[in-house]
Design a protein around this ligand. Sequence first.
Ligand SMILES: Nc1ncnc2c1ncn2[C@@H]1O[C@H](COP(=O)(O)OP(=O)(O)OP(=O)(O)O)[C@@H](O)[C@H]1O
Length: 225
Amino acid sequence: MIKLENVTKVYKGDVVALKDGSFEVGKGEFVFLVGPSGSGKSTLLRLLNREEEPQAGHIHVAGKDIGELSSWKIPYLRRNIGSVYQDYKLLQTKNVYDNVAFALQVIGRPRHVIKTQVPAILELVGLAKKQKNYPDELSGGEQQRVSIARAFVNRPLILLADEPTGNLDPATSVGIMRLLDRINRTGTTVVMATHDRSIVDTMRRRVIELDRGTIIRDQARGVYE
Ligand SMILES: Nc1ncnc2c1ncn2[C@@H]1O[C@H](COP(=O)(O)OP(=O)(O)OP(=O)(O)O)[C@@H](O)[C@H]1O
């Protein structure tokens, strides 16, 4: 589903955010990216949806070399990839329903599809009763559930999550992880950057560790360390 071959990303100022990185992630896998602040986790996630482009190497997503996509094809790549962030990135002027519906509207889904898929996904994330609420009327955990609903409503092949529990307390984080685990069990490949030791140690999934841009560990059923 994802394949990196000798990928190097250097930002201006000669900051090497990823150095000669290679790995493969199969369909339906769950992978944690760990490593200290600045080690390159977010950069790696941004390379996967072509928010960033590498200086060297190749990245394949869903069988395509994404470096070869012309710019008009990038939105089609991103339809295969849902993204979840630490700070939720919800539209404050839209209610829960409309935040999720918007993700389908922008890719041209017909109204009758939106009308069935949005309530179904809100049910899945446990927010059916808060459809009319605005983001500032929700707890952090609820806002993250909306953002996961928005990322998953189009049933992408891959879900990228950049510290999705970074702003949440431990109990709320467990609820978010249960949800991501459920989504993963539907066959969605999940790649999640995290600093949360207890989550990584509890879930025992594959762990890829970065240190100053270098992959220093790739462990099945790993721990945080
Ligand atoms: N847009 C950018 N321009 C220049 N340098 C950048 C940019 N984005 C990230 N960097 C640098 O690249 C390196 C890797 O950053 P990145 O955000 O990928 O790390 P991270 O592991 O996700 O960190 P954190 O855990 O703090 O989120 C850092 O040295 C950072 O300063």
